[in-house]
Design a binder for this molecule. Sequence first.
Ligand SMILES: NC(=O)C1=CN([C@@H]2O[C@H](COP(=O)(O)OP(=O)(O)OC[C@H]3O[C@@H](n4cnc5c(N)ncnc54)[C@H](OP(=O)(O)O)[C@@H]3O)[C@@H](O)[C@H]2O)[C@@H](O)CC1
Ligand SMILES: Nc1ncnc2c1ncn2[C@@H]1O[C@H](COP(=O)(O)OP(=O)(O)O)[C@@H](O)[C@H]1O
Ligand SMILES: [K+]
Length: 514
Amino acid sequence: MKIFSAAQLYEADKTTVEKQKITSADLMERAGTQIFQWLHQRLNGAPVPIHIFCGIGDNGGDGLVVGRLLIEHGYSVIVYVVNCSDKRSKNFLLNYDKIKNVTKNWPLLMKGEDDFPEINSEDIIVDAIFGIGLNRCPGGWVKKLIQYLNESKAFKLAVDIPSGLYSNAPLEDKEAVLKANHTLTFQAPKLAFFLPETAVFAPSFDVLDIGLDLEFLHNAEPLAQLISKPEAQRFYQTREKFGHKGTYGHALIVAGSYGKMGAAILSTTAAFRIGSGMVTAFVPKCGYNILQTAIPEAMVITDNEEAFLSDISFDFEPSAIGVGMGIGKNKATVEALKKLFTDSEIPFVIDADALNNISENKGLLKLLPKHSVLTPHPGELKRLIGEWKDDYDKLEKVKKFSEKHEVVVVIKGAYTITVYGDKLYINTTGNPGMATAGSGDALSGVITGLLSQGYDPLLASVFGVYMHGSAGDIASEQMGFEAVMAGDIIDNLGEAYLDLFAQTEPENESSEKN
Ligand SMILES: NC(=O)C1=CN([C@@H]2O[C@H](COP(=O)(O)OP(=O)(O)OC[C@H]3O[C@@H](n4cnc5c(N)ncnc54)[C@H](OP(=O)(O)O)[C@@H]3O)[C@@H](O)[C@H]2O)[C@@H](O)CC1
Ligand SMILES: Nc1ncnc2c1ncn2[C@@H]1O[C@H](COP(=O)(O)OP(=O)(O)O)[C@@H](O)[C@H]1O
Ligand SMILES: [K+]
């Protein structure tokens, strides 16, 4: 699924009106009707008070449509107009008139703090104050209203986007954004829903299809691609009936040091579980018995040093190399990395201490084979590219870094974002159960294992991140977030493959669940 900018959505809106020969009011009616249906399906006529806060633009117009339809269906509705300006939009005015036909309780005009209503915790708040047309940070009493609503325990449903959030620009004041419990967004999710600083305001959302022109949406270059099951299914490469272990490559995992041999075990196992034909672990001497005992399927080569890596030499040609998990920052290890990067031509997966060593010895970057995959968590990324002002600045810096060094960068997080050149791929699987030691080691093993099977570096990254998250989701469903350990993610990679093509109940066609 594509993520578009606010400007592109306005353009899509315009094209749709022209091509479908409808008015923009018709489009607003579609949007409002979808929100109404979502609520109606869940409330089923329940007499719960619904407070709808409408701004004076088209987002407010949507709120008025929802209000009218709810009133027509007998719901207990109070509509407020957050009267922050006299410049009301055409479609706001049209729907302001229309709502007067269905109720004697005209919308309440709010002009300041004295007008803030009492809201009970069992009530529902619909936030239609600002949508993607927000053009400055909310201030004055409107900011206070947002804070007032945030303090309420009532369920908060945002229309299109939580008010105060820009769809694709940095946050100015986090005190001036509505903290929605759920957001119903039109046609395409907004970039702000996926970035750490802003995603907290839209922790869950549904995308409502309002029938914007498909040709326009198809041809428009998105800000980012969202990777869900349909995309992952397209990336999957079928296992051949007559394939043998050589067909699926020989991955080399260069990992571990004294006290951190678990990292090598996790990555090696993950490379196997994702489908590598053969996996060799390269570890310091102290890891020999540990690896051979923990993973009998793996071959093991040891360094001359007992406790850390000093010379990474091997006598076969791996089809992919994953390096860095738990290797530490010994000087000899940095030299060993230098030689490894210089001698190899195939793309690497670079993780953990290999990233930290690169950050401290930037010359190593130049030695990396093109299209290598770097998998930093936010701390490692900061060491690699320096501080950023905000999430958007971070993305721009990573794009530049990716272009300059011709590498894929996987920014790990709740929504992991893979960056390649100026393209962004946002993953949708994964959960807080995965915030546990070693889950990153599992991911680097997964990506290395996919590379070894012939997936190209970008596909291996995007598909690997999806599968790793999906395995984490299955593990969490089985045992709850808290109990998940990295090994459980790896153990469920097989289930994640099965889930990729499992038959499921058809979803409501008009909405995509997040
Ligand atoms: N595009 C689509 O496909 C469809 C879009 N639809 C809906 O339209 C929504 C976009 O509507 P929109 O363009 O009218 O903008 P909106 O978000 O209501 O806000 C603009 C108003 O707020 C004001 N304002 C802004 N910032 C402010 C501030 N800090 N403090 C105070 N005022 C501020 C600004 O005032 P001004 O700058 O003119 O003073 C202006 O009046 C979109 O999110 C979706 O819900 C659907 O109906 C159909 C399909
Ligand atoms: N809240 C979360 N939601 C989804 N995925 C998460 C969450 N927290 C962590 N993860 C995933 O778990 C992995 C953690 O990696 P990392 O921080 O390198 O762990 P470690 O260094 O312990 O191996 C990443 O793939 C990250 O995306
Ligand atoms: K809103």
